[in-house]
Ligand binder design. Structure first.
Ligand code: HEM
Length: 318
């Protein structure tokens, strides 16, 4: 082959390789560099769930809140750091009630086995899957290869993360802005509220006032919230710690906890209603859609290739 053709072919190959490494996450990304990544994460998370059943719920919520702001780049996990101009996303209201300690424990275990290899953004994605499956939910292969940001974007948090007081249109536009769809992704991912807890501050405004809140359930919530704004109750009142499709049957029975949950079913004529009904009728359909939407969410603007870094401590840039 003449040398100019050879260099052209090499350039094409190089472009494909570079382009590919930027676009593509893969379940086998760590390969021999950290062959036990999944079992290490599972081991730490199993122990965490034994002492706090909410550990998996905290992680998947953190993954969602991370991906919604500048993509799935671990930016959420950075603490305040004036010297490096980091104004932590954790300080904004939606992020204040997340427990980040399990992420630290997972990172420590991974640094012991494969130092400097596994990103904090990937820890969130992988531990989310494991947390779901430990609670009885679906298994799936998690695409990996995200790198960690060297910046945070606190100013973007409130505009990006849905508030429990948003109406359906506002929830939908936040999903669209992130690159998710406002029907199937919204309904499927909201199904993560099949486990975990919420504070009274996020739903007590509905008690005794919301026509789409079952009166008996409303009375139960009124009792709980005598404990104040920080009193906790189950997001899924029927099977609180199981990852199943009862979240959707609750909505059909006006037993959604957050107004944003209930709106998916109670907004007459909305595209979300039929999807709630089909997930309520088939756990398999819910699980299949949930897996697809989780993979889609995990693919939101990851840093790959030589962008960002692999943090050694998820709370600080290197
Ligand atoms: C669609 C709009 C959503 C809204 C408005 C919303 C809102 C909330 C609120 C207000 C809480 C309770 C927080 C507190 O008491 O401080 C909560 C908890 C939770 N959220 Fe969401 N969320 C949404 C979507 C999601 C998604 C997409 C996921 C994951 C894929 C998720 C996972 C969770 C989990 C697991 C908890 C329980 C956490 C715990 O036990 O500490 N949420 N959410």
């Amino acid at each position: 082959m003449p040398s100019f053709q050879m260099s052209a072919a090499l350039l094409v190959l190089l472009a494909m390789l570079l382009g590919g490494s930027n676009a593509q996450l893969s379940p086998t990304f760590y390969g021999s560099r950290c062959p036990n990544v999944t079992s290490i994460v599972r081991g730490v998370l199993e122990r965490a769930v034994q002492s706090d059943v909410r550990a998996g719920a905290h992680i998947i919520r953190a993954h969602f809140h991370d991906c919604m702001v500048n993509g799935c780049d671990g930016s959420l996990l950075l603490d305040d750091d004036a010297a490096n101009s980091i104004d932590s996303e954790k300080n904004e209201v939606p992020n204040q009630s997340i427990d980040y300690s399990v992420v630290d424990d997972i990172k420590t275990a991974l640094e012991n086995s494969c130092p400097g290899v596994v990103s904090c953004a990937d820890i969130l994605a992988l531990a989310s899957q494991i947390g779901v499956s430990l609670a009885g939910g679906p298994n799936w292969q998690v695409p990996l290869g995200r790198r960690d940001s060297r910046t945070a974007n606190r100013a973007a948090v409130l505009g990006a993360i849905p508030s429990p007081f948003d109406n359906l249109g506002q929830q939908q536009s936040k999903f669209r802005d992130a690159g998710l769809d406002d029907s199937t992704d919204l309904v499927a991912l909201s199904g993560a509220h099949t486990f975990g807890r919420a504070r009274c501050a996020t739903f007590s405004n509905r008690i005794g006032t919301d026509p789409n809140l079952d009166p008996t359930f409303s009375n139960v919530l009124a009792q709980v919230c005598q404990g104040g704004n920080n009193a906790l109750t189950n997001l899924d009142s029927s099977t609180p710690d199981d990852f199943d499709n009862n979240y959707y049957t609750n909505l059909q029975n006006n037993r959604g906890l957050l107004q944003t949950d209930q709106d998916l079913f109670s907004s007459t004529g909305a595209s979300t209603v039929a999807i709630v009904n089909s997930f309520a009728g088939s756990q398999t359909e819910f699980f299949d859609a949930f897996v697809q939407s989780m993979i889609k969410m995990g693919n939101l603007s990851p840093l790959t290739g030589t962008n960002g870094e692999i943090r050694t401590n998820c709370r600080r840039i290197n």
